[in-house]
Design a protein around this ligand. Structure first.
Ligand SMILES: Cc1ncc(COP(=O)(O)O)c(C=O)c1O
Length: 389
């Protein structure tokens, strides 16, 4: 397809294109520096290992952690599985109770379902209409046998930012591990595992203009030293926490992506917020019935989630398919379309949840695209509304 005719990409929460500067950094590690970082008997292995360790340091520094506290995984899903299952199994003597929130990513919620199936106890906290947990609810959910609290930093559907610093302080005081899924937050909001008292953190490269197939788990090694057991056994890579040959190009790309995000953070945040605010104002102006979902103030700079009452999101997305690439939070399971658990969590009715779309803007979105997107949304919304009237 002619690139200029491709639909405008506004699904940056699902994934991002790899930044060309990241691709450039990765390329030599596919060809000249192709060695296995675990092969320490020759230069090929040693230069790959040097690149992996340099990348690990960049990633660690970006969240104020130490290099040894970073474990590479295939993505955030695997990091979350390692964190939750690994901590549960290693801390059975300490307790068997875990806390999370109803609007977490499925990777977390499905690990909590695994905990339940395996004899652990869980508390799933509700959220308010803006998507935030209540600190009082959190405090009263903590029990003497609570091992870990897992609350995401930024929501992938409605972009809401949880008060992780406050949650971290509560966890530290209670002697409970604090884990955060920072997949949508890394590179977009400041993360500091020291001041925010984070003990475990999961992240992924492909949400921040890095390659797919690489993620990381930060695990605190002192004050407190987090105990967890590996979920993938093999050659003992990553200090025994995650076996498997390290993908050097992906790791180098991940570090480069984080480096760029940190370097351009201020300018990029300002630009994204301007574009996001413009899009939001235009939508509200042209489609006055549109309702913005999620807390207005505490949200990612690049996210909008709108309900368009009277129109099915799936129909709107399908009718826009040649012009705009956006998504709904709905998960398609067999023939049935389930409304998003996040929108359900913030109290949306089924019909409102079914009329909601997520719009994610990003590094390569232009002002012209924002205008074209608004026009396309307005036109298709009105056309569908006339049909359904
Ligand atoms: C908040 C959140 N957590 C976890 C994941 C899973 O990340 P990955 O695709 O790296 O497994 C995603 C990606 O969809 C996400 O948005």
């Amino acid at each position: 397809m002619d690139q200029s005719k491709r639909p405008i990409y506004l699904d940056y929460q699902a994934t991002t294109p790899v930044d060309p500067r990241v691709v450039e950094a990765m390329l030599p590690y596919f060809t000249e520096h192709f060695g296995n970082p675990a092969s320490n008997s020759h230069i090929y292995g040693n230069e790959a290992l040097a690149a992996v360790e340099k990348s690990r340091e960049i990633l660690a520094k970006s969240i104020q952690a130490k290099s040894q506290e970073i474990t590479f995984t295939s993505g955030a899903t695997e990091a979350i599985n390692l964190a939750i299952k690994g901590v549960a199994i290693a801390n059975e003597k300490k307790g068997r109770h875990f806390i999370t929130a109803a609007t977490e990513h499925k990777a977390v919620l499905d690990c909590f379902a695994w905990l339940e199936r395996n004899g652990y106890e869980t508390t799933i906290l509700p959220v308010d209409s803006g998507g935030l947990i209540s600190i009082d609810d959190l405090k009263s959910a903590i029990r003497p046998d609570t091992v870990m609290i897992s609350i995401m930093a930024a929501n992938n559907e409605i972009g809401v930012l949880q008060p992780i610093e406050e949650i971290g302080g509560i966890c530290r005081e209670a002697g409970v591990y604090f884990m955060t899924d920072a997949t949508q937050a890394l590179g977009k909001i400041p993360i500091n595992v020291q001041s925010q008292n984070i003990d475990l953190l999961a992240a992924s490269a492909h949400k921040i203009y890095g390659p797919k197939g690489i993620g990381m788990l930060y695990v605190r090694r002192s004050n407190p030293k987090v105990q967890l057991v590996a979920q993938i056994d093999g050659g003992g890579h990553e200090r025994g926490l995650r076996s498997g040959t390290l993908p050097t190009p992906q790791i180098v790309g991940f570090a480069k992506a984080v480096e760029l995000a940190n370097m351009e953070y201020k300018e990029e945040t300002r630009r994204l917020m301007n574009l996001r605010n413009k899009l939001e104002a235009q939508i509200q102006n042209l489609i006055p019935s549109a309702i913005l979902n999620g807390n207005r103030e505490r949200r990612l700079p690049n996210n909008l989630n709108f309900s368009f009452p009277g129109v099915e999101a799936e129909a709107l997305i399908a009718s826009l398919v040649g012009k705009l690439a956006i998504s709904s939070g709905s998960a398609c399971t067999s023939a049935e379309i389930k409304p998003s658990h996040v929108l359900e969590g913030i109290g949306c009715s089924v019909s409102r949840a079914r009329s909601s779309v997520r719009i994610g803007i990003g590094r390569f979105t232009t002002e012209e695209e924002i205008d074209q997107a608004t026009d396309a949304l307005r036109n298709e919304f009105q056309r569908l509304l006339t049909f359904s009237a």
